[in-house]
Design a protein around this ligand. Structure first.
Ligand code: C5P
Length: 253
């Protein structure tokens, strides 16, 4: 795979309630080099496709993080609709199964062929980064967390998906097993404290994210993209935090 530019590695999660707030942030971050923005359940439920259009209008690319998980025909229809919005990346839950993933992929490919546009990257969610070992037991799963993530990553690869969402803690083994061209997207990123980019995540364990890492830890472990929401959104100067993250990404290249 082509080497990514440091600015391309950061995906900022637009997890706010109001579209105007999201647009304001996009307008502040695009000029400093941020290109990728994630629209998830909250903003999409509130603002709908207009949120995608606004990011596009401001020269950003959209990762539509709606984590589709339903029967194959329903997911295929949703993927068609998302593809029509022209998003750069979208995702499904791998636990929806191989047939569901294959339907999703065919839907994206057919829809883009019809419109002669580029097929969006379709990636699969392994185990949410908010979950720890005990949460798998709670669900009745007997595998260790790492084994479960790896098992799901391999399933996504054999269904033809472009990559997966996992925590940085599993990135190394996924990269090793699934190869260089398989995309690894890692949320749960907690930048180090100011002045020491390699310090352990300062917010680790302080919110719902369990499997955290700093940007440099994630990239060194093999992540292609890092997803950051609250550490940027809740900062007094979001652009400054984003700038520091981009610098940190450039240092580990
Ligand atoms: O605020 P924070 O940096 O924790 O945001 C992480 C973002 O990544 C959230 O929008 C969350 O929905 C998303 N995400 C995640 N874990 C996954 C997939 C997506 O945290 N496995």
């Amino acid at each position: 795979m082509e080497r990514l530019h440091p600015e391309d590695r950061l995906i900022v999660a637009l997890d706010m309630d109001k579209l105007e707030e999201a647009v304001r942030l996009v307008k502040r971050l695009v000029p400093i080099g941020v290109r990728h923005f994630k629209i998830g359940l909250n903003l999409f439920t509130r603002a709908g496709p207009a949120a995608v259009e606004e990011v596009h209008k401001n020269s950003g690319r959209v990762f539509l993080d709606l984590k589709f998980h339903d029967i194959p025909s329903t997911v295929a229809k949703a993927v068609r609709a998302a593809t029509r919005l022209g998003v750069w990346m979208m995702n499904v839950h791998i636990q929806g199964g191989s047939a569901m993933m294959r339907s999703a992929l065919s839907a994206a490919q057919e829809e883009t062929q019809r419109a002669s546009q580029k097929t969006p990257l379709l990636i699969g969610v392994t185990v949410l980064t908010s979950m720890a070992e005990k949460d798998l037991l709670d669900l009745g799963l007997r595998k260790t967390l790492k084994d479960q993530v790896l098992y799901l990553a391999k399933l996504a690869k054999s269904a033809g998906l472009s990559g997966i969402v996992a925590s940085a803690q599993e990135a190394k083994v996924i990269r090793w097993t699934c190869g260089e061209d398989f995309l690894i997207v890692t949320p749960g990123i907690r930048p180090g404290s100011k002045g020491d980019p390699f310090a352990p995540g300062f917010q680790a364990g302080k919110d719902d994210q369990q499997r955290t890492a700093t940007p440099s830890e994630a990239i060194r472990a093999g992540a292609d993209y890092i997803v950051i929401g609250r550490p940027i959104l809740e900062a007094s100067d979001p652009a400054q935090v984003a700038r520091e993250v981009l610098q940190e990404c450039a240092q580990v290249q």
